[in-house]
Design a protein around this ligand. Structure first.
Ligand code: PLP
Length: 252
């Protein structure tokens, strides 16, 4: 984690910074894939792009912001809290996409625009309390919440998220919590399975949710490996990490 320290500030001349050049090139490749997949799916508008910056230094987030990125995703509170504090001057929105422990809600409420990994009632209670406190202190906006739904048919291969049958009750709990806004669903395609089949199931679950909550139309799906499949099945947000930032530095 030493690379997350604040002494890795962006070099003054971004145009000649090799890392900025690399990020710009990778971002362009991903944006081209997104455009192609959007056209192939017969969709008019491309989904929103959340660049997942976990394990990469704050300086990379600053470079990305300079390249026009407005949404970034992080999966660990400690790392996200440090980066968002260091980069408070940037006009970016922080999306929390990792397993959230209730005791971290207070910290997440300070910087998160959305929490995409809501998968149990205790987390909703904790977020409601934390957001209410934060609103009193800073007047922040409502927190967008996504129910993370598990698309694993084999419970043993679980990659996080609530069972599809739990979505309705979690959605109801979020929708009735002051300060929280039910934005939709988030999911990760199961390992080793066809992402198209998984994202098709997600689209069906989303349609059922929207029947009761028309505003909960968000579908956050699609990562580096499967963004085309996600776009085909209606993703409104993509969460792309390694294809833009490169492989993640190993952590101990
Ligand atoms: C890391 C992560 C991503 C990004 O995955 P890549 O394969 O690096 O694009 C997306 N969503 C979640 C929940 C993640 O943890």
């Amino acid at each position: 984690m030493t690379s997350l320290g604040s002494n890795d500030a962006l070099p003054g001349d971004a145009a000649s910074d090799p890392r900025t050049t690399e990020l710009a090139r990778r971002l362009e490749v991903v944006r081209t894939r997104i455009s192609a997949a959007t056209a192939a799916a017969g969709r008019e508008d491309p989904p929103g792009l959340i660049v997942v910056t976990k394990f990469h230094p704050a300086a990379d987030v600053r470079r990305l912001a300079g390249l026009g990125v407005r949404d970034v995703g992080e999966n660990r509170d400690q790392e996200a809290a440090a980066k968002s504090a260091e980069l408070a001057d940037l006009d970016v929105r922080w999306h929390f996409i990792g397993q959230l422990q209730s005791k971290k809600a207070k910290s997440v409420a300070k910087y998160a625009y959305s929490v995409q990994s809501v998968d149990r009632p205790q987390v909703i209670d904790a977020l409601e309390k934390a957001i209410s406190r934060e609103k009193d202190a800073t007047g922040r906006d409502d927190l967008e919440c996504y129910v993370q739904v598990s698309l694993d048919e084999d419970a043993g291969a679980h990659r996080g998220g609530a069972h599809p049958l739990e979505v309705e009750s979690l959605a109801e709990k979020i929708a009735s919590a002051p300060g929280l806004r039910l934005a939709g669903l988030m999911a990760v395609a199961p390992l080793g399975a066809d992402p198209e089949a998984a994202f098709e199931r997600l689209a069906v679950i989303s349609a059922a949710l929207r029947a009761n909550y028309p505003d909960a139309s968000g579908i956050s799906a699609g990562m580096s490996q499967d963004l085309e499949a996600a776009i085909k099945f209606g993703a409104t947000h993509l969460r792309i990490g390694s294809d833009i930032l490169g492989s993640r530095p190993a952590v101990g």
